[in-house]
Design a protein around this ligand. Structure first.
Ligand code: 3HC
Length: 682
């Protein structure tokens, strides 16, 4: 049965799409749309058309799962569909609720009018899939919404709300109340309007940009940092430039050509792989279907430091009350004060109102008594990394918390099973590893203990979505997924220093690769002293030597780099001397270290560790590891994540590189390389 049906409302033909869950524009939908327009064209009694989506949304875009298959090109392809809509002989009204995204917005742009409910969102997120709107979107959007707005929407992929869309002329009317009857009434109003309002023929908003040719380069310059390494934003900009410089017919050809170029590139494949990876991460193996989550109405957080404060803010922002516990009043005041300051900073940027700040802080109950957590449905411990302290806290929570409460630890390394064993209810214990700053970073590692109950896991995954995190399930091993893979990278980076590389040289390889920062920049930012034994007389490695002379990183103005008062780094002669001292003691003569060697020893080793994690069953699937690295550590999404990147680099090459450098290769990696299979498919 076709997902498209038509019905008559007076002299208006309503074309309804019902293709759950998001009305993606797969072949059957496109075919049905064309047939609907043909029906309108062929029936004199039809005076206007409304296109509307059933369920949660208008069309959320092309069907991404069709990409790379013949289906996506089969007649009618999306560029043909939108032209057929625009050339309909009767006025077509797109009635938008939910999201009109990508191809969905292109359908709306090809319609002669657009009406939307106030909660609707409109956007062209193709850039996030390494693409550009390939069905006339880059040509019609600037004509309808203006060049500046089109540039911003296409190159960032961020949608805008219906009100803003109305303000820029992308929506013709905002509909309060039932969408369909109002859209039909609107269609009645415009049914006699001629000539038909074709977006492709509009010119007035392009004229503005023709008077300001520097606009595009200014935009490139202003966003250079954000777009670094990505191909797609630049292609989107070029298409909009073409919209301004060329007639519509030529502009769409340029768009088509650039779309195909992007589509055949590695970045688009990586970003599309990542889109599905992110969604797959929410699926938990071995949990019975239909497992109901526990209800979380109130959360407790132990520790009001950086982590505890950040974690609490996630729940407060989602409208969930939080009781936060500290041992000393001044630490409690300091912690809650920082939370308020953070909220106020967000409000100052216009991203929340003062009233919302008040609302969020109003949901916070600070206390010095652990007993006040008795009525919480979930308690998250976020104190410092010490097993004895954590066990003591969990032992106490066992006596305080109500039955069925979930007891979580935010530990980044420690054994959740050992922590769980200090309670009489290990089934209720889980790891919830947030990444710093916890109110900003999207990743949440959900650490599944040996006895963690299925409904606890389901609750954690659902709650993650509610607080706008992407959750990945990890098994119990030292450092779980993310930090475990960091270990070989940091170890090799330190060894390379001794052998002749500099911090700046190693960091540059990582930044050029697309990481936000290299291993030493990261260490300086996080604190060189994290995990240090705190004995300045015990100097066993370069890190100990740095810590002993107070070079603890950015917070001290000195770490692997020197920092000026604006926190700008420069290479440090002191660090160079320390490194040379160590070389002398170890009898090592500095040698030239190549970029390739840095890649092999600090990135191939991460791939190897990822393969070991998979082999050990500590990650459910390779794509979960990629989600951890993209959202937790800023691995460039255009490289898909370490596992996907390994496949593009070539597994045989990685095995060879690891062997040449004397590493033991994970069996899984070796097997996949031999079988010429992909690691990212595991
Ligand atoms: N194609 C195929 N499947 C899609 C899809 C799409 N465009 N959009 C979403 N889905 C699937 C998801 O994979 C998921 O499947 P699952 O349940 O099997 O895991 C399901 O629909 C529900 O998606 P979400 O979990 O993401 O649901 P949310 O309600 O959280 O979000 C959404 C809905 C905002 C629409 C979000 O899914 C989204 O952003 N989708 C992608 C939109 C997009 O990128 N559109 C542009 C496509 S490219 C294009 O149009 C090219 C054209 O210019 C030629």
């Amino acid at each position: 049965m076709s997902p498209i049906t038509t019905s008559r409302h007076g002299d208006v033909l309503v074309i309804t799409s019902n293709n759950p869950p998001v009305n993606a524009l797969g072949h059957a939908v496109r075919d049905g749309l064309v047939k609907g327009i043909e029906e309108a064209n062929g029936d004199d009694s039809v005076k206007a058309v409304v296109i509307i989506g059933e369920g949660q949304t208008f069309f959320a875009g092309a069907d991404i799962s069709e990409f790379g298959t013949p289906k996506s090109f089969e007649y009618p392809a999306l560029p043909q569909v939108v032209d057929i809509i625009e050339n309909c002989t009767k006025p077509v009204v797109a009635a938008i609720h939910g999201t009109a995204l990508g191809g969905g917005l292109e359908v709306a742009l090809a319609s002669h009018y657009r009406v939307a409910v106030p909660s609707a969102k409109l956007g062209v997120p193709e850039v996030k899939l390494g693409l550009l709107p390939g069905a006339g979107g880059t040509q019609r959007l600037p004509r309808v919404a203006g060049v500046g707005k089109a540039l911003e929407m296409a190159s960032t992929g961020n949608p805008i709300g219906a009100q803003e869309a109305y303000d820029v002329g992308l929506v013709d009317r905002l509909i309060e109340g039932d969408l369909l009857p109002h859209a039909v009434a609107f269609a009645e109003e415009v049914k006699d309007n001629r000539p038909l309002a074709k977006s492709s023929e509009r010119d007035e908003k392009l004229a503005e940009a023709r008077d300001n040719p520097g606009l595009f380069d200014e935009f490139r310059k202003a966003n250079a940092r954000k777009f670094r390494g990505f191909d797609a934003p630049e292609y989107n900009i070029r298409c909009i430039e073409a919209a301004v410089a060329k007639p519509y017919a030529e502009g769409v050809l340029a768009e088509r050509q650039m779309f195909m170029e992007l589509m055949s590139g590695t970045q688009a494949k990586a970003q599309q792989y990542f889109f599905f990876s992110e969604r797959k991460a929410a699926k938990i193996d071995g949990v019975p279907e239909g497992t109901a989550p526990r209800e979380i109405k109130k959360v407790g957080v132990i520790g009001a430091g950086t982590m505890g404060g950040g974690i609490s803010m996630n729940f407060l922002s989602a409208g969930i009350p939080v009781t936060i516990v500290e041992m000393q009043q001044d630490a409690l005041d300091r912690g809650t004060g920082i939370m308020l300051k953070n909220y106020q900073a967000t409000a100052a940027k216009g991203r929340m109102t003062e009233a919302q700040v008040g609302q969020a802080m109003g949901l916070l109950t600070p206390t010095l008594k652990l007993e006040d957590l008795a009525d919480c449905d979930l308690v998250i411990e976020a104190v410092f990394e010490n097993m004895d302290v954590k066990k003591e806290i969990f032992g106490k929570l066992d006596g305080i918390c109500k039955p069925g409460a979930i007891l979580a630890s935010n530990t980044s390394y420690l054994d959740i099973d050992e922590i769980a064993a200090s309670t009489s209810r290990p089934q209720d214990v889980v790891g919830l590893h947030f990444f710093s700053p916890a109110n900003v970073m999207k990743l949440l590692e959900v650490v599944r203990g040996a006895k963690t109950a299925p409904d606890v896991l389901v609750t954690a995954m659902q709650l993650a979505k509610k607080i706008k995190k992407v959750a990945v399930v990890a098994g119990v091993c030292y450092g779980f997924i993310g930090n475990r893979m960091l270990i070989p990278r940091q170890m090799e980076a330190m060894k390379l220093l001794l052998e002749g590389a500099t911090p700046a040289q190693i960091d540059k390889v990582h930044v050029d690769f697309g990481m936000p920062m290299g291993p030493f920049q990261m260490s300086d930012l996080a604190g060189v002293d994290i995990g240090w034994h705190r004995d300045p007389n015990r100097i066993e490695n370069i890190r100990d030597a740095l810590c002993a002379v107070d070079r603890w990183g950015q917070k001290k103005g000195a770490g692997f780099y020197d920092y000026d008062e604006k926190r700008r780094p420069s290479p440090s002669p002191v660090v160079q001397n320390i490194i040379e001292d160590f070389r002398a003691k170890a009898g090592v003569t500095a040698r030239e270290v190549s970029e390739q060697e840095i890649v092999e020893r600090t990135l191939y080793t991460m791939v190897n560790e990822g393969a070991l994690i998979l082999e050990g069953g500590f990650a459910q699937r390779a794509s979960d590891i990629d989600v951890v690295w993209v959202y937790g550590y800023g691995w460039p999404v255009y490289r898909g994540g370490p596992m996907f990147w390994a496949d593009t680099e070539g597994l045989a090459k990685i095995v060879e590189g690891l062997e040449r450098n004397g590493f033991e290769v994970a069996q899984l990696l070796r097997d996949k390389a031999t079988a010429k299979e992909k690691l990212s498919k595991v």
